[in-house]
Design a protein around this ligand. Structure first.
Ligand SMILES: C[S@@+](CC[C@H](N)C(=O)[O-])C[C@H]1O[C@@H](n2cnc3c(N)ncnc32)[C@H](O)[C@@H]1O
Length: 361
């Protein structure tokens, strides 16, 4: 088992993640399989049960393990370990800190936090999920984690925290979290932007701004945390109408994943119709019928279709040129100004203004 988990650390590192010794030790110490005792869905949808020979090897891949579906939609999972590692590094947890996690899921991330020495409260909106996380933590012998069932929008009203980590995709940040943070506290949360959930970091006090930690794709939160707002991009689109090449490739080799995500982030900052086309899985400027528009591929070529194809192709060319002229800013170059929006009865801090602040490429 020690070898399996050492290999697991290598897989996490292969994704370009720098693991501090304490975090590496936590990944090595916590048995991920205990947090998926009934099994999980593979990416292809098939179910992997604990008795299957592929169970342990799959648990220790650097991949998401979906543990609960609602029809075709995943509603709970253990997130991708390399993403968890990046978020935990950004959280800057030190022993003795009080950490609030929104989205207990399997309880695995809470177990890592507790192993890093934090005192953890983890909230999940689904009671059965919270109950299973509690049992898994007990079976793994993890102490120092309290799991509560409830909507994470409210946070944990009677307590104060040094850190808040959100492990579900949100449309914005709850004002309650900022009230519950200590003055030098920090929130790390994946916040919807152009069909993805870039992970943002924000602090209480001062102007309400956020910085980008990394890109990610999470399942979306229920309740006020998932509310649409004035700046929401269109939801991801399914299959688009027939697309034909509207502009040729401009980059050979094509942009790598990080560069493509950087372009995507910038395009979303500058254009309200940018989102994810699930088929073919790329950046799209989606038309108002939601069946066509302009898809930008990693080599810079554009495929377009539908009645507004020309208009969206022109917009896509403008976005690509602008990003290129600015020196291909990384998503970490941006400062995001936040504004209160969403459900008026339960508002959230959503991205409103985007400014390139640092020259990171
Ligand atoms: C990706 S999973 C969390 C992964 C988890 N941290 C782990 O280590 O397994 C997302 C979880 O967020 C929960 N969730 C969705 N909306 C929520 C909300 N409004 N408040 C709290 N939890 C929520 C879901 O029930 C789901 O279990």
């Amino acid at each position: 088992m020690v070898d399996v988990r050492r290999h697991f650390l290598d897989l996490i590192r292969q994704d370009g993640v720098r693991l501090a010794p304490e975090l590496a030790a936590a990944f090595e110490a916590v048995p991920r399989e205990v947090f998926v005792p009934e099994g999980f869905h593979r990416r292809d949808g098939g179910w992997v049960a604990p008795a299957d020979p592929e169970f342990l090897p799959t648990v220790y891949r650097n991949d998401v393990l979906v543990t609960k579906m609602n029809g075709d939609v995943p509603v709970s999972s253990s997130s991708q370990p390399s993403l968890m590692a990046i978020m935990l590094e950004a959280l800057d947890v030190r022993p003795g800190m009080r950490v609030l996690e929104i989205g207990a899921g399997t309880g695995y991330n809470a177990a890592l936090l507790a192993t890093l020495g934090a005192e953890v409260t983890s909230v999940d909106v689904q009671e059965d999920v919270a109950a299973r996380a509690r049992s898994a933590l007990a079976r793994a012998g993890i102490t120092g984690v309290r799991v509560a069932a409830g909507d994470g929008y409210r946070g944990d009203p009677d307590s104060r925290y040094d850190r808040i980590i959100v492990t579900v995709g949100v449309a914005g940040l709850s004002p309650h979290w900022f009230e519950q943070l200590t003055p030098d506290g920090l929130v790390i949360a994946p916040v919807e932007h152009a069909g993805h959930h870039p992970v943002l970091s924000a602090r209480p006090g001062g102007p309400m701004t956020a910085a980008v930690v990394c890109s990610s794709g999470f399942m979306s939160a229920t309740g006020p945390l998932g509310a649409r707002h004035a700046g929401s991009h269109p939801p991801s689109a399914g299959e688009l109408a027939e697309l034909t090449e509207a502009a040729p490739a401009r980059w050979s080799p094509p942009l790598k994943t990080t560069g493509y995500r950087d372009l995507w982030f910038a395009a979303g900052a500058w254009h309200g119709r940018v989102t994810l086309a699930t088929l073919p899985g790329h950046l799209v400027l989606l038309d108002r019928d939601r069946t066509g528009g302009a898809v930008v591929l990693p080599d810079g070529s554009i495929l377009a279709g539908g009645v507004e194809a020309e208009r969206y192709t022109a917009d896509a060319v403008t976005l690509i040129d602008r990003w290129w002229r600015l020196g291909r800013p990384s998503m970490r170059s941006w400062r995001i100004d936040l504004a209160l929006d969403g459900d008026p009865a339960a508002p959230i801090w959503v991205p409103r203004g985007f400014t390139i602040e640092r020259r990171e490429t």
